[in-house]
Design a protein around this ligand. Structure first.
Ligand SMILES: N[C@@H](CCC(=O)N[C@@H](CS)C(=O)NCC(=O)O)C(=O)O
Length: 219
């Protein structure tokens, strides 16, 4: 029987994208929960030499890097499709996945999400307001571009949900819980509506931090 295992610390937006894809595909999976710090030690380093999450195990196959995992899931679980058939929509989805990795995650959510949510919740840290302020100009560029790409559509790359939405939504859900969200979404109400649309989907409802913590406990 086919089995999917996601290795992660609960709360990881990247792991949430992978679990969301599995849920969109209607496929069962297990969460192998890591405690903070365990991702920098064996046995996790043998799964992921860079000490990050998520890692997907599918039977005897182990894979890391969120984009690679998402595209692998699309190949082994083609239905329902999460990559548009139309070449330009597919290219826009790829572009959005790149924006998510390089601009939304790195330098925006890695700073705001860390200082506002992960640091205080996991490490008892106080938010570094100067670090947050410093990334706000970049965050506005990212939000402006995502709002432009979304336009009047229901989803970021096409009228149907794609891997691009599944990568971006977990980061945006983090940011929506911070005081910076109001300024970042001012005059970008399409992004607020899109996130509400995403958060109504089962794939987001079943992968909140708390829900994943429960799944990790259940093994
Ligand atoms: N490029 C990697 C990035 C993975 C990544 O940075 N994951 C975060 C959680 S969302 C992580 O492992 N953070 C812990 C750390 O960097 O020590 C991917 O797409 O999978």
């Amino acid at each position: 029987m086919s089995s999917f295992v996601v290795h992660t610390i609960p709360g990881s937006p990247a792991a949430r994208a992978v679990m969301a894809a599995l849920i969109e595909k209607g496929t069962e999976f297990h969460v192998a929960g890591l405690v903070p710090g365990a991702h920098k030690m064996e046995p996790h380093l043998s799964r992921h030499p860079f000490g990050k999450m998520p890692v997907l195990e599918h039977n005897d196959f182990t894979l890391y890097e969120t984009q690679a995992i998402l595209r692998y899931l699309e190949r082994v679980l083609p239905s329902p499709p999460l990559i548009p058939a139309e070449p330009r929509d597919a290219a826009l989805m790829d572009q959005i996945m790149g924006v998510s990795d390089w601009y939304l995650f790195q330098g925006v959510n890695s700073v705001i999400g860390f200082h506002r949510i992960v640091g205080p919740r996991v490490m008892g840290l106080t938010p570094d307001e100067a670090a947050i302020s410093a990334v706000m100009p970049r965050a506005h560029v990212v939000f402006g571009e995502l709002a432009r790409l979304l336009g009047e559509k229901d989803y970021l790359a096409s009228q149907r949900v794609t891997l691009g939405d599944l990568m971006v939504a977990p980061h945006m859900d983090f940011l929506s819980q911070t005081p910076e969200w109001t300024a970042l979404t001012q005059d970008r109400s399409n992004l607020v509506e899109w996130l509400a649309r995403m958060n109504e989907r089962k794939c987001m409802r079943l992968t909140t931090w708390e829900a994943v913590a429960q799944l990790a406990k259940a093994g």
